[in-house]
Design a protein around this ligand. Sequence first.
Ligand code: ADP
Ligand code: GLC
Length: 506
Amino acid sequence: MTLKVLYVCSEVFPLLKTGGLADVSAGLPPALRALGADVRLLLPAFPGVVAGVTPEGPTLLVPAGGGSGLPAGLGPHAASAHGPTPWLQAGHITDSGMPVWLLHAPGLYERGGNPYLDEHGRPWPDSAEQFAWLGWAAALLGTGLDTAWFPDVVHGHDWHTGLAFAYLREFAQAGERRPVGVFTIHNLAYQGVFNAGLRPRLGLPDTLFHLQGLEFHGQINFMKAGLKYSDAITTVSPTYAREITGAEQGCGLDGVLRQRQAQLHGILNGVDDAVWNPLTDPLVQPGFDADHLQGKSQAKTRLQARMGLKPQADALLFSVVSRLTEQKGLHLLPAVVDELVGRGGQLAVLGSGDAAIEQALRDCAQRHPGQVALTVGYDEALAHSVIAGADVILLPSRFEPCGLTQLYGLRYGTLPLVRAVGGLADTVVDCSLEHLDDDSASGFVFHQLDLNGLQSALRRAFALYRRPADWRAVQRHAMSLRFSWEHAASDYLRVYASALPGLAST
Ligand code: ADP
Ligand code: GLC
C-alpha cells in the first residue's frame, strides 16, 4: 500500500520563506516521496506561492463551516459573505514537480510581504482566520473532500496548522473516517494565541474550549490544538524534544507536552544537497570540498570585497546569517565585538529583525570600518556567499529547536560557534582537547547564555586558528558530516507507522 501524506505548511523554499520552516517544506517532502510515500503539500495561496505553482487537475470548493453535510457549528465562516467560496486548486511546484494544493480564500492571502506580519511587524489582524481556513481545508481533504485521494496521514507544521487537528477530531466524533494526525513543532515560542470571542467565527465548538482542549488562559491557542488533538507530535531535534517538556523552554505548554511525552519524537532536520552543497552551489563558484579548499579561500576574498571588509586572507572571519531576534542570542554579540576585532578578527552579519539589535550592530560596524560589516535585509544569494566565505558561523541562541545554518556551516567548512541548546547541542561538538584527540570536534560550544560563555568560545576559535593543522582537521571532519533528509524521512515514516495501527503491524 502506498502511504498518502497530506503535508500542510505555510511556507516553502524558494517560493516563500521567512525561516527554516520553508527549507524543511522543500527538503522533507521529496525525501518522503523518494522512500515511496505519495506526498502532497497544502499551502495558502500567498502570491509568491501562486507564482511558483503550475495549476493542473481539479479545483475543489471548500465549503464554509455549517455547510451541508458538515457537523453543525464546525469550521470557519466564509471569509466574505459576498465573495466566492474558498477553493483548492491542484497543481505542482513548477521547478520541483512536487504535487500541491493551493488554498485560495478571498481577501485572506492576496497580500505581499511577510505572510504573518504587516509592514510594521504586527501580526495581520485576520491571522486567526487565515490559518483557521488552512486547518479547515486540511481537515476536509483529510476526510475525503477529494474522493480520488484520501490521505492516510495529515502532517501539519507549526501553529498555523494546529486547528486542522481540532476539526479532524470533531469529524471523528461525528463518525467520519479520519486520517492519522501528525503535528510538528518548529518553534514553540510562536503559538497563535487569539481572543476567545473569535470561537464562533472560527467554528470552534465549546466542547473544544477547556483546559484539556485548545483553551489557554482564557484564549484560543492554535499550537495547543495541534498538541492536544494530533496522534503523534514531533519536533526538530531530540534535545529540543526534551527541553520543551520543562518549564524553562516549555512556553507555558510544558505540562501538555509532558502528558503527551510517549508520543513526542525529536527528529533532526536535514540539509538539502541540491541547495547547500559547496561543490555544486551555483551561488558559490568555483566550488570546493574538503580536499580542495582553494574555492573557499576565493569565496572569502569575494565576501570581504562584497561586504566592504579589508582584504585580509588571514583574518579570522566570523559571520551571522539570521533573523535578528532574542531567540538567536545576538543581543550578546555587540559586547564582544571590540575583543573580536582586537584579536585580529572580522565580522560579517546578514540579518534583519529586532531594531535594537540592528542598531547595536550598526554601531559596531561604524566603530570598526573594514573589520565589521552589517547588511540588513533578507538576501538568499548573500547568505550563500557568507556561509561559504566565512571561517566561523555564530549561533549563540537562547533556544534553537534545530537550527539549519550551523548545518550549512558544517557542510561548507565554516565552523559553527554555538550555545549548547536544542538542535545546536545535537549537531556541533566542541574543540576541547579530548574531542580534538578523538577527531569528533566540529566547532565551538558554550553553555551559559552570558558574555563569559561567548567570550571563552571566541577565544577557543582564535586559539584553534593559530594551529592550522588542527583547524584543517576539524574542518575536514565538519565537512564530512551528513545530516540527510533521507535519514530524517525514514524516521518520520516510522512515526507515521507508529500512529497508524494498520501500518504498524506490516
Ligand atoms: P529560523 O528558522 O529560526 O530562522 P533556521 O536556522 O532554521 O532558523 O533557518 C534559517 C534559514 O533562513 C536558513 O536557510 C538561513 O540561511 C535563512 N536566513 C536567515 N536570515 C537570512 C537572511 N537575512 N537572508 C537570507 N537568508 C536568511
Ligand atoms: C524554526 C526554528 C529553527 C528550525 C526551523 C526549521 O524556525 O527556530 O531552529 O531549524 O524552525 O525546523
